[in-house]
Unconditional design. Structure first.
Length: 158
């Protein structure tokens, strides 16, 4: 009798493994973090009286940084970093970027660039204000979720 009970328990155990494998219970992942996989920037918008969107110039395949050109609007006086001059400056550029996948847990980004006297970055609106014509800036858009995903663009005022 004791031998029969051990055999029955072993058969039920093997049958339960077969049943679970047959129905294929899905494995649940707990504490899973979806990281940013790509950042796209396919256009910029100049936010003046009539906002205009510009796409990247067609470049040779060996150039890896897309370049955006926009028409600089001159003022009666030279633009400066004074608040009054910045408010009157129509050369405000917003980057139109997209963080992929859209379901990433943390889609925040930061802008890395070399500060200079020709371009002002407005932290509150996340826009670049160009103070002079025929100037450029290279901007790196970096994901802050720890994935180190980044993309670079170059903006020219002509």
């Amino acid at each position: 009798m004791k031998k029969a009970i051990v055999i029955v328990i072993l058969v039920v155990y093997i049958a339960s493994i077969a049943v679970v494998n047959f129905f294929g219970l899905k494995i649940k992942e707990f504490d899973h973090v979806e990281y940013v996989q790509e950042i796209k920037c396919e256009s910029i918008t100049v936010l003046n009286e009539n906002p205009v969107t510009y796409t990247a110039k067609k470049l040779p395949p060996d150039v890896e940084i897309p370049e955006f050109y926009f028409k600089f609007t001159k003022g009666a006086e030279a633009y400066t970093k004074d608040p009054e001059s910045l408010a009157a400056n129509p050369n405000v550029v917003r980057l139109n970027y997209e963080v992929l996948p859209h379901l990433a847990d943390d889609t925040k980004i930061t802008f890395l660039f070399e500060e200079n006297e020709n371009v002002y970055f407005d932290e509150t609106t996340k826009t670049f204000v160009f103070l002079k014509a025929k100037r450029s800036i290279i901007v790196t858009i970096l994901a802050t979720d720890g994935s180190n995903i980044q993309t670079q663009i170059k903006i020219w005022s002509v």
